[in-house]
Design a protein around this ligand. Structure first.
Ligand code: NAD
Length: 270
């Protein structure tokens, strides 16, 4: 059901790789809620071509940009404001990548060049997106920026290796830049800490299926799906949440605050 929550709002959505991507669902919901937006992803992700189908569905424009490259981000903002006809009201950061995870490197044998790359792609890119946006002054007053995080920033999930540090850094940037942009332009910055979700980035983590089932059984409401994440993020882009900023918001069916569940106790008895 649509509520016109984003009627007249303009935005930029990163990270829609294929129809499983959380950003893909957010783009579809944003469109249903009346927003206009550009879609962006790293040039290498464009090769798959799926993003063009999404753009067609959402009457959007695709602008290639590596979120770690300042010049690409300048181009992204300039072309977006031109296409959209003004400053943007919302920005979604839905970007994560760890070569250490992809190559199955354990925490005690990380490749440091890849570690630095994980931090750059998955966390510093948020700072870069915000800094370039501030310098070009492309986010409208009372705009909203949302980044996606995971609870490995607070608690240990051994197979999440260097992405745990990337998410902790991401959430720290949310607070520091949220303070700065709030003072400057009433722009709010938050992260949404999402349940395990079956996407390309998610399922690349070894043991993902077990993590997924465990979280689902521990959470009183069960895992939150990508579609439900999209619903939540839409509220954060809307005018209904104008005083929410600098927060890491759990969207995980209650997982973050549960120690053990009856179901897991029963399983452990076996
Ligand atoms: N899937 C999960 O279980 C889960 C849980 C919590 C949080 N998240 C977070 O949600 C976000 C989206 O991930 P997803 O699960 O939808 O997977 P996904 O693989 O569909 O999305 C990750 C995106 O990051 C993009 N990307 C990688 N390097 C980039 C770069 N240099 N510049 C621009 N874009 C780049 C990829 O092309 C891809 O579109 C990530 O931040 C991820 O950590 C995922």
């Amino acid at each position: 059901m649509a509520y016109n929550l984003l009627k007249g709002k303009r935005g930029i959505i990163t990270g829609a790789l294929d129809e499983n991507s959380i950003a893909w669902k957010i783009a579809q919901r944003a469109y249903e809620e009346g927003a206009t937006f550009t879609l962006t992803n790293a040039p290498i992700a464009m090769r798959m071509g799926a993003i063009n189908q999404l753009a067609e569905q959402c009457q959007s424009k695709v602008i290639a940009a590596d979120a770690t490259v300042t010049e690409d981000l300048e181009k992204l903002y300039n072309e977006s404001t031109e296409f959209l006809g003004g400053k943007v009201d919302f920005v979604l950061h839905s970007i994560g990548m760890s070569t250490n995870i992809r190559k199955g490197r354990p925490y005690g044998d990380l490749n440091y060049d890849w570690f630095v790359k994980s931090l750059d792609v998955s966390a510093l890119s948020l700072h870069k997106m915000l800094q370039v946006a501030e310098k070009l002054d492309v986010i409208a007053e009372h705009g909203s920026v949302v980044a996606l995080s995971y609870i490995a920033a607070q608690r240990v999930f051994p197979d999440y290796t260097d992405m745990a540090q990337a998410k902790a850094l991401l959430e720290s940037i949310v607070r520091s830049y949220g303070y700065r942009y709030g003072k400057l332009k009433n722009v709010r910055v938050n992260s949404v800490s999402q349940s395990p979700t079956k996407t390309t980035a998610g399922t690349g983590i070894s043991g993902f299926d077990v993590m997924y089932d465990y979280a689902d059984q521990l959470s009183p409401l069960g895992n939150a799906s990508a579609d439900e994440c999209a619903d939540y993020v839409i509220t954060l882009f809307s005018d209904l949440t104008r005083k929410v900023t600098m927060q890491n918001l759990y969207h995980d069916g209650g997982f973050a605050h549960v120690g053990i569940s009856e179901g897991i106790v029963e399983k452990m008895k076996d």
